[in-house]
Design a protein around this ligand. Structure first.
Ligand code: IPE
Ligand code: IPE
Ligand code: MG
Ligand code: MG
Ligand code: MG
Length: 301
């Protein structure tokens, strides 16, 4: 029987969503006082609404490459997904990209209200650090600490949030290729880089492999945002599950805006080759990661 990648990824997605579902229960954890139902509902709307779960699957597949695939890996993977979901809730706010549609549904501030969406984002972000601190994530507390610190750095002022700042500051201003590469490596690249690095760290991979997978994460991170910016130009809102055709109007600094569609496609093909070369030493053990890189390059949603 041949390996069914689609079925494999569907099973991964289901496990990730089961852990997210439990983390986002209405019952207060030990040490919490109470969970206001409206805030829980808004967080669930932002996190359990049909994302591709690419980041947690990358954590899981990278850890699997080095022989670890247990429940603790899924928890660490979900911590990253919670951060990603928070970033989307805030990215869609009227003060940021002002979007009404996300994953084919009303954005959190549309389904609830702006103040609730801000709090839902705050609480998703905070919950991520609760989830990654769990003992099951790694038997060695020093590794858990390292994963937490790296996650904070990928998400915060020098990572995703910093990249969002550069993105907003770049609106309607001419930007060089280097400026745009920097902002993309932070706003999108940092979390994807972390996904692949964390997977290797969770599995106690040798330093050279952690570095190789970190580079793999950087390459697919750039490819991911190039594909997102192409979708904004080319996809329908129905296919993308979010409004498209907005970046140019909003004056967003993107490489597609700078290079045009054809050059961007060429760059994506080069990034796919670079990603494949980074995985080559692992042979067919890295087939799933290779397929994920291919999906990122040619994705339609
Ligand atoms: C969208 O990310 C936001 C960007 C970083 C460009 P995804 O395309 O991974 O969104 P979901 O999680 O599948 O909805
Ligand atoms: C957002 O980039 C990256 C985040 C940190 C959320 P975009 O603003 O291009 O993402 P979409 O197109 O709204 O998903
Ligand atoms: Mg944005
Ligand atoms: Mg946006
Ligand atoms: Mg976009």
């Amino acid at each position: 029987m041949t390996f069914d990648l689609k079925q494999h990824l569907a099973a991964r997605t289901e496990s990730v969503e089961a852990v997210l579902d439990r983390a986002l229960s209405g019952t207060a954890s030990h040490g919490e006082t109470a969970r206001p139902p409206r805030l829980v509902a808004a967080m669930r709307h932002g996190a359990l609404n049909g994302g591709k779960r690419l980041r947690p699957i990358l954590v899981w597949e990278t850890a699997s490459l080095f022989g670890r695939s247990d429940d603790g890996v899924v928890r660490a993977a979900c911590a990253l997904e919670l951060i990603h979901c928070y970033s989307l809730v805030h990215d869609d706010l009227p003060a940021m990209d002002d979007d009404d549609l996300r994953r084919g549904q009303p954005t959190v501030h549309k389904a609830f209200d702006e103040a609730t969406a801000i709090l839902a984002g705050d609480a998703l972000l905070t919950l991520a650090f609760d989830v990654i601190a769990e003992d099951a994530v790694h038997h060695d507390a020093a590794i858990r600490l390292r994963l937490s610190r790296d996650l904070a750095r990928a998400a915060g002022v020098g990572g995703m949030a910093g990249g969002q700042m550069l993105d907003l500051e770049s609106e309607h201003r001419p930007r060089t290729e280097a400026d745009i590469r920097l902002l993309q490596s932070m706003k999108t690249g940092a979390l994807l880089r972390y996904a692949c690095r964390a997977g290797a760290l969770l599995a106690d991979a040798p330093t050279a492999d952690v570095d190789r997978l970190t580079r793999f994460g950087e390459v697919i991170g750039l490819a991911f945002q190039l594909a997102d910016d192409l979708l904004d130009v080319e996809a329908s809102p129905e296919a993308a599950g979010k409004a498209t055709g907005k970046d140019a109007d909003a004056g967003k600094a993107t490489l597609v805006g700078l290079w045009g569609v054809e050059k961007t496609r060429g760059e994506l093909a080069c990034l796919r080759e670079e990603a494949a070369a980074l995985l080559a030493p692992y042979g067919d053990r890295a087939d799933i990661l290779g397929a994920l890189a291919g999906f990122i390059v040619s994705r339609t949603s």
